[in-house]
Design a protein. Structure first.
Length: 226
């Protein structure tokens, strides 16, 4: 039991560290020699990188941040598939019952890591791309449907933050509609609320009619991003 609990703790720690990997910060620092937190919205996410360096670097950060989320969940799948063969999971533990809970916790740790990176003094992005990666590993139908909601709102509004918020709202609804396990539904609710809270400044700007659309520049730092 002690070994098993230790492995679970390590998995959550690694999930947080994966989320914390500062993709946007490193990319902008290497390509332009500046701190992404000091330009645009101050976020390290793909949208701020897009506005700062263009489509290529923005797409690179988006893909890597998404991949971080996938890896965090794959790690848990590996843990549950590997441990029984090594007799690390006690016979009293119901694997089908506990696996979704561990996946949910790992996902939340990765999301928190992206927005509160230990490598950046607990600053970071809005966790949208990392959340998408987590959803892809959890249930690809939910992930694609969420991406569809995001794409639809982008096409209509051209506002990234509004599209991200809509996607965050859609996740728990899709989890219920697609009959996902309770832990996944709770992930959708908790993760969605966290992403929305990370966009609170954007919400204020949306209500004031001042949120920039794609292609528009930000007048001040820490205004809008995802």
């Amino acid at each position: 039991m002690t070994i098993w609990l230790s492995l679970c703790g390590v998995a959550l720690l690694v999930a947080y560290l994966l989320g914390s990997f500062p993709t946007g910060y490193i990319t902008v620092k290497q390509l332009k020699g500046i701190d992404i937190r000091e330009v645009g919205s101050g976020s390290t996410g793909a949208t701020n990188v897009l506005r700062t360096l263009g489509k290529g670097p923005g797409a690179l950060v988006l893909v890597i941040d998404c991949f971080k989320g996938v890896l965090a969940i794959v790690l848990v799948y590996w843990l549950f598939s590997f441990a029984p063969s090594q007799n690390l999971i006690p016979s009293t533990i119901n694997i089908p019952l506990w696996q979704p809970w561990m996946i949910t916790l790992a996902g939340l740790f990765a999301i928190f890591g992206h927005s509160k990176s230990i490598f950046l003094g607990f600053s970071g992005g809005k966790s949208v791309a990392t959340s998408l990666g987590i959803l892809l590993a959890m249930n690809w139908q939910v992930a694609l449907a969420t991406a569809g909601v995001f794409a639809l709102l982008i096409a209509i509004s051209r506002i990234v933050s509004l599209s991200s918020i809509a996607g965050a709202i859609a996740v728990p609804i899709l989890m219920v509609v697609l009959d996902q396990p309770l832990p996944y539904i709770l992930f959708g609710v908790t993760g969605g609320l966290y992403v929305i809270l990370r966009h609170r400044t954007n919400i204020e700007r949306l209500l004031a009619g001042m949120e920039p659309k794609i292609g528009q520049t930000l007048a001040t730092k820490k205004s809008a991003d995802s």
